[in-house]
Design a protein around this ligand. Structure first.
Ligand code: ATP
Length: 512
């Protein structure tokens, strides 16, 4: 039976209590949409980013990374369309002044999707269903568009000539560096440029904890292909049999439920239009599954026609079933040559590249832009890892070993025996050279195991009186509580194998 899920508020409480995430500057009352990551949260977040960077940059020949600046020439945002069009629908209360997102008011009240609704349609729905202020119940004002970019000033002047923006996405810095990166990294189509970094959006109503923040991080790839070779995906065979829950625009129109199908069926039936788009959808889904997320909690949903961004030919979202419903986890858009062309026009710089085969200049197409929020990934891994173990009467956070903030706990059986503590310290000092470890002296050994389970420590190593005699220790698995006895000189090798996914019982003599 599926375990009952935590609510998002319960997850926020758990994250705060255990040192994963804190509301920022809470001693001053905090500030909506901004969070700080604690001693465990920072490790988990770094592990997520490292795994992503390894998988999509370091272990691929066709993708390189960059790290661009947060503030960039404001012309970038004019060219990209953000200055004029990066808006959400704002509705304020006529009486108390509270501000809401128009589409969210409708979704909350009517439990329907507002995907693709225009400003006028939102206004009509609010009036037709007599939707009132969620705070005080009074009349709402006229819906209007609100630009989500944070504005700032550069240098000591407060003049409009010094106005700039905090970037609302990392993508544009990839486009503005496109030519330099392509030439210097000697990239040949098809290729990708990736970036991980902060993005800022002045969300009208940040909510659902880390799901909708005003300052967050993105992991993005712009994947470029030859405009005339958009179907040549050399990796397609890797994922043809990969199965996903699919909800196409047509299925949404016909009010059909999502359906599980292999990628090859999606391509044969032209549900997903290009092989590259299919490849990236499956690859991103697999990345989550390989890191321990439950594949059944995901689906891919195509944007309906009116929902598409101004730059996109086709967009699919990788969605996750959060406790507050199916929501976007990652957006994967076909951005065509829109961005490069826009920047060529506005900067008067040639960003085309030379095609050796046809001896012509071409403007590559972004066949797919997988754009992932780090914090939304953080939530997914936390929700799927969170287990309440009835037998242990304790939370066990079953994070994948690659993601665990702390991999190993080292405990002397008794904390008041000097020789045990010393030997345990020696073991800890050795292990900490390779992994994040915790050394815990307080409370009974059972209490220490429970504390470690709750924060996802993958293995615990206990040093007891026998260890002083025979130089062996007990290794305990977080997930099964199984224990084996191991010689200290073999400990590192055994832990390496265990963290690599081998079963603990196969790595040493079991302890009953
Ligand atoms: P939403 O519809 O949920 O507002 P979006 O379509 O505006 O998201 P994109 O512009 O496609 O989001 O951004 C790419 C990714 O960046 C999202 O899939 C999400 O993971 C992340 N992201 C976007 N906005 C936020 C936010 N306010 N807080 C946290 N993550 C975000």
């Amino acid at each position: 039976m599926e375990k009952p899920k935590l609510t998002i508020d319960e997850m926020a409480v758990f994250c705060k209590r255990k040192g994963f995430v804190y509301p920022t500057s809470e001693i001053y009352g905090g500030i909506a949409g901004f969070y700080d990551f604690g001693h465990l949260g920072v490790e988990l977040k770094n592990n997520i980013k490292n795994e992503w960077w390894k998988a999509f940059v370091q272990q691929r020949e066709d993708i390189v990374g960059i790290d661009g600046s947060i503030i960039t020439n404001p012309m970038v945002w004019k060219a990209s369309g953000h200055v004029d069009g990066f808006t959400d629908v704002l509705v304020d209360c006529r009486k108390c002044g509270s501000r809401f997102r128009g589409d969210h008011l409708i979704e909350d009240k009517l439990k329907i999707s507002t995907a693709g609704m225009s400003l006028d349609e939102i206004a009509k729905e609010i009036s037709r269903h007599k939707i009132k202020c969620q705070k005080c119940g009074s009349e709402l004002g006229e819906p209007k568009k609100f630009n989500l970019m944070f504005a700032t000033n550069i240098g000591p002047m407060q003049a409009s000539s010094s106005a700039a923006y905090l970037r609302p996405e990392t993508a544009q810095v990839i486009f503005t560096n496109f030519k330099l990166v392509q030439e210097n990294a000697r990239l040949k189509l098809p290729f990708g440029i990736a970036q991980i970094g902060k993005a800022f959006r002045n969300e009208i109503s940040p909510r659902e904890f880390l799901f909708r923040m005003r300052e967050f991080e993105q992991m993005e790839i712009e994947y470029f292909v030859h405009p005339e070779k958009q179907e040549d995906c050399p990796y397609i065979d890797e994922i043809l049999d990969y199965e996903l829950n699919v909800l196409s625009a047509d299925m949404q129109k016909q009010k059909k439920k999502m359906q599980k199908m292999p990628i090859k069926e999606c391509l044969n039936k032209k549900i997903i239009k290009t092989r590259w788009h299919a490849y990236w959808l499956a690859t991103m889904h697999k990345w989550f599954a390989d890191l321990g997320a439950n594949p059944e909690h995901f689906r891919i949903r195509q944007h309906v026609k009116d929902e598409l961004s101004h730059y996109a030919l086709d967009t699919w979202d990788l969605e996750y079933e959060f406790p507050f419903g199916w929501k976007e986890l990652q957006g994967l858009s076909n951005r065509t040559d829109f961005d490069l062309k826009q920047h060529m026009q506005h900067s008067k710089t040639d960003l085309s590249i030379f095609d050796e085969e046809t001896k012509k200049k071409i403007i590559p197409h972004v066949i797919c832009e997988p754009s992932q929020g780090v914090e939304r990934a953080f939530l997914v891994f936390m929700f799927d890892a969170y287990n309440y173990d009835k037998k242990r009467d304790n939370v066990v956070l079953k994070l994948h070993p690659k993601l665990c903030p702390i991999k190993i706990g080292v405990f002397p059986l008794l904390s008041n025996k000097e020789d045990l503590v010393k030997k345990a310290r020696d073991v800890y000092n050795e292990l900490v050279k390779e992994w994040t470890c915790t050394f815990d002296l307080s409370g009974s050994i059972g209490r220490r195991y429970a504390r470690a389970d709750e924060i996802g420590v993958y293995a615990c190593v206990t040093i007891d009186f026998d260890s002083l005699e025979d130089n062996s220790v007990t290794v305990r698995s977080r997930d099964t509580t199984e224990q084996i006895r191991v010689k200290i000189k073999e400990l590192k090798e055994i832990l390496r194998k265990f963290l690599d996914g081998e079963k603990l019982g196969k790595l040493g003599e079991k302890v009953e």
